[in-house]
Design a protein around this ligand. Structure first.
Ligand SMILES: *[C@@H]1O[C@H](CO)[C@@H](O)[C@H](O)[C@H]1NC(C)=O
Ligand SMILES: *[C@@H]1O[C@H](CO)[C@@H](O)[C@H](O)[C@H]1NC(C)=O
Ligand SMILES: *[C@@H]1O[C@H](CO)[C@@H](O)[C@H](O)[C@H]1NC(C)=O
Ligand SMILES: *[C@@H]1O[C@H](CO)[C@@H](O)[C@H](O)[C@H]1NC(C)=O
Ligand SMILES: *[C@@H]1O[C@H](CO)[C@@H](O)[C@H](O)[C@H]1NC(C)=O
Ligand SMILES: *[C@@H]1O[C@H](CO)[C@@H](O)[C@H](O)[C@H]1NC(C)=O
Ligand SMILES: *[C@@H]1O[C@H](CO)[C@@H](O)[C@H](O)[C@H]1NC(C)=O
Ligand SMILES: *[C@@H]1O[C@H](CO)[C@@H](O)[C@H](O)[C@H]1NC(C)=O
Length: 395
């Protein structure tokens, strides 16, 4: 090796070392979808009832309707049917790893406590206080009601990691009792709420909100990408404080989140309209809650009827579900903030029985938008600007 090759070699070595990225913290984690264990028809009725209960405080005025939904759900408790859906991923609390469901429609973090000896807790990972040096017991009792059951326990404080992003001294729930056998067979141990702070049942700031306050993230938003796959293989990516630009094309367009009585609680947007095969359906003044815990889109009866009028060959069954032709090729687009987002044809049809991905819901005058829309966009949830941004996913 002569002196020149040595210099060139040194130059490249130093250049390469120098330009290597400063080991940046991983701010993304992968999400997995809970595998459906039952047919769409078997669980459809439950989902409708669940969402009515989940959003009852603000969107259900008919108390009789609510009471009958509760009755149906309690009667179904003994059916060993697993009804929970949604995306879950790994987090760390005080160095102990848990799988949590990432839920846009709630704002608390909880995991089972080692003190919970119930069967439903014993088959999941439980938090052992004595194994964490950073844990602090707070001890405020709490009880959180989910559509699938109630969990109760006391609060504690510890460091929570998602990827390598930390929420230091995060207050969370240690569950001592899980009421309702709904939590038994599920793939996740606890729930990680991604709604706004005002929705928190244990009256604390959410882990993501703390990450923003503690400047653990560069930006006050998180991005969600839900990969389209077959029924069982759906996966996704959650990115904290950043946007994964490899997942979408064009620009993100931002929409203002709607408040409830002046407060930001759920991820709600005004819907401008839907177009099908170029026809505007002329929906006006509609709002939608976004929830990755739903496979499909729920609309009030009249809106679902209008939608299916435009889907060639769709039909309303005796049990008030809609089916569509298995090979439906209609071009459906949802319009938010004057921007249209096309729906892939595979997201119009659910399962081999070809149920429509739009069904009649039970929440008053409110749509509930789930995966069958969200898989088509990269979505960005900003807790400071109170916006949701969408861009079409890269093909
Ligand atoms: C479920 O089964 C248990 C035990 O058999 C019984 O005590 C309970 O009443 C049943 N619940 C309903 C809602 O049928
Ligand atoms: C668990 O039990 C221990 C001993 O009774 C108690 O000190 C602790 O506070 C309990 N923790 C929770 C989360 O209930
Ligand atoms: C919690 O951890 C301590 C310390 O390692 C251990 O002695 C105890 O058995 C653990 N508790 C449970 C319920 O696993
Ligand atoms: C669905 O996708 C998963 C994960 O990609 C794969 O393991 C599985 O074999 C697929 N199933 C079918 C029926 O294609
Ligand atoms: C969204 O909110 C911002 C700030 O409050 C406001 O300036 C903007 O005009 C709003 N956009 C729309 C489309 O309402
Ligand atoms: C609806 O489907 C029928 C039968 O396949 C076809 O003849 C008709 O042209 C379709 N209409 C539209 C609007 O696509
Ligand atoms: C869908 O399938 C039906 C029944 O097999 C057939 O009549 C129709 O032409 C198909 N439509 C399209 C758009 O492929
Ligand atoms: C948030 O709002 C600020 C001020 O209104 C604006 O400059 C910024 O671009 C917004 N950020 C996003 C990601 O929309």
């Amino acid at each position: 090796m002569n002196i020149y090759t040595l210099i060139i070699w040194l130059y490249f070595t130093i250049f390469i070392i120098d330009s290597a990225p400063i080991t940046s913290k991983s701010n993304s984690i992968s999400l997995k979808k809970i595998a459906p264990k039952h047919s769409f028809k078997e669980v459809h009725q439950f989902y409708k009832d669940y969402f009515m209960l989940k959003y009852q405080n603000i969107y259900v005025t008919d108390q009789d309707k609510l009471a009958s939904a509760e009755k149906r759900l309690s009667e179904s408790e003994n059916l060993t049917i697993s009804k929970i859906i949604g995306y879950y991923g790994e987090i760390t609390i005080g160095s102990q790893i848990f799988k949590t469901l990432f839920d846009l429609g709630s704002s608390d973090l909880w995991v089972p406590s080692q003190n919970c000896t119930q069967y439903s807790c014993s088959i999941h990972k439980r938090f052992n206080e004595s194994l964490s040096k950073t844990f602090n017991r707070i001890g405020t009792p709490f009880s959180l009601r989910y559509e699938a059951g109630t969990v109760s326990g006391i609060t504690g404080k510890d460091n929570v990691l998602v990827g390598e992003i930390e929420s230091e001294g995060q207050i969370f729930g240690l569950v001592q009792e899980e009421d309702g056998d709904e939590f038994e067979p599920v793939e996740f141990d606890g729930i990680f709420g991604m709604g706004f702070d005002d929705l928190s049942g244990i009256k604390t700031t959410t882990p993501f909100s703390n990450m923003v306050k503690q400047k653990a993230v560069a930006n006050p938003y998180f991005g969600i990408y839900l990969q389209r796959s077959n029924d069982t293989g759906h996966t996704g990516t959650l990115t904290l404080g950043d946007i994964d630009t490899t997942k979408f094309t064009g620009n993100l367009n931002y929409n203002n989140v709607s408040t409830i009585k002046g407060k930001n609680v759920y991820w709600i947007l005004d819907v401008d309209d839907i177009s099908i095969n170029g026809n505007k359906l002329k929906f006006k003044n509609r709002q939608a809650i976004f929830d990755t815990g739903s496979n499909i889109v729920y609309m009030p009866e009249e809106d679902a009827k209008t939608y299916h009028k435009f889907i060639n060959g769709s039909s309303l069954n005796n049990d008030r579900t809609y089916t569509v032709p298995c090979n439906a090729t209609d071009q459906v687009a949802y319009i938010f903030g004057d921007v249209s987002y096309n729906i892939d044809q595979s997201d119009l049809v659910m399962g081999s029985d070809c149920y429509s991905s739009v069904q009649i819901g039970s929440i008053d005058n409110m749509w509930l938008i789930g995966d069958s829309f969200l898989r088509n966009v990269y979505s960005v949830y900003n807790i400071k600007n109170f916006t949701i941004g969408f861009a079409p996913i890269s093909k």
